[in-house]
Ligand binder design. Structure first.
Ligand SMILES: O=C(O)[C@H](O)CO
Length: 328
């Protein structure tokens, strides 16, 4: 295929896909003709009518009306990751542009991350590391006590693909599993992991030793966990958030962690990201923070990119699009 016939794809910059490895990026460059946002902005009249696809990595480029208006031949936007809260779906639909994401590629890595934060918070791994590596060996203690995970109760809020994978992992830890979700799972699926459906969120919050947030951010789930909900949790409970920062009222969370309303939190997501360095969450010993790395494994990131390319090529060939998001 001649270079000029390769689909022209707008990408934010070449830095982001390099997180996989250079060979993979070189391979992608053979298959697609990438145009960076900077190249596009410098020569809009040249690239505008050529770009057929946009490749969103880490929420960028930002898709707004002005950008869509300047791309008359745009057919598809492919988004890395499962979450779509950074996109205006109605706007995209109004331009007749298709959208695809990568919900399957991130499932295992994000579920692993949830368990990693759960275990690290329960056993106070970061504080333990500080104690073990401190120049002052007087603080070394084999009585660095944490919470037992085995046999405890996990409340999963959001039982989609990732939530279910977490339940499978938690089963291996002999945890009692409660879940709250818009729709109840099939009885066979519940039985396979031993999960109990809580129609009422309050019931899950009151009974869980660990509460894990695995749901998408929508107007309905925005600040789902606020002061009242935190107050319902056990004082020994640990909150894990691998969904989106805005699922939690962060000021209420800070207060709950400072005053012992709940024991600890493990947060892969916050708002904003990154948090300002003066933010109170950064000063709390009972908080573990990671930089939104749920999907950050070599395997998941490679699969995400592969899935994006598959959806993109299918759309441009007029075929049925894998992982197409229903915009209706
Ligand atoms: O939406 C997702 O899947 C993640 O947050 C992006 O890596």
């Amino acid at each position: 295929m001649q270079n000029q016939k390769l689909p022209c794809v707008l990408i934010n910059s070449f830095e982001e896909p390099y997180c996989v490895n250079e060979d993979h990026v070189a391979d992608l460059k053979k298959r697609l003709n990438f145009v960076t946002m900077q190249e596009f902005l410098e020569n809009k009249t040249h690239f505008g009518p050529k770009i057929q696809a946009i490749y969103i990595w880490g929420g960028k480029p930002v898709i707004d009306k002005e950008l869509l208006q300047s791309l008359p031949t745009l057919k598809i936007i492919v988004n890395s990751g499962a979450g779509l809260d950074h996109l205006d779906l109605n706007l995209i639909a109004s331009f007749g542009v298709k959208l695809a994401n990568t919900p399957h590629a991130v499932t295992n890595s994000t579920a692993d991350m949830g368990m990693a934060l759960l275990l690290a918070s329960a056993r106070r791994i970061l504080e333990g590391n500080e104690v073990a590596t401190s120049p002052d060996t007087k603080s070394f203690s084999i009585n660095w006590m944490g919470q037992e995970v085995t046999g405890s109760t996990l409340g999963i809020i959001g039982m989609g693909k990732i939530g279910y994978k977490i339940a499978q992992r938690a089963k291996a830890f002999e945890m009692k599993i409660l879940y709250h979700n818009r729709n109840r799972r099939k009885v066979e699926e519940e039985q396979a992991v031993g999960a109990h459906y809580c129609e009422k969120l309050d019931e899950l919050l009151q009974q869980s030793d660990f509460v894990m947030l695995v749901l998408s951010l929508t107007p309905q789930t925005h600040k789902l966990i606020g002061k009242r909900e935190l107050g319902l949790m056990k004082p020994t409970a640990i909150l894990i958030n691998i969904g989106r920062g805005q699922l939690v009222d962060q000021d209420a969370l800070v207060e709950a962690l400072q005053t012992g309303i709940i024991k600890a939190a493990g947060l892969d997501v916050t708002y904003p990201e990154p948090l300002p360095r003066s933010h109170p969450l950064l000063k709390l010993k009972n908080v573990i923070l990671t930089p939104h790395i749920g999907s950050a494994t070599h395997q998941s990131r490679r699969l995400m990119m592969e899935n994006m390319v598959e959806s993109l090529l299918a759309a441009l060939s007029g075929l049925s699009i894998p992982n197409e998001v229903n915009l209706k």
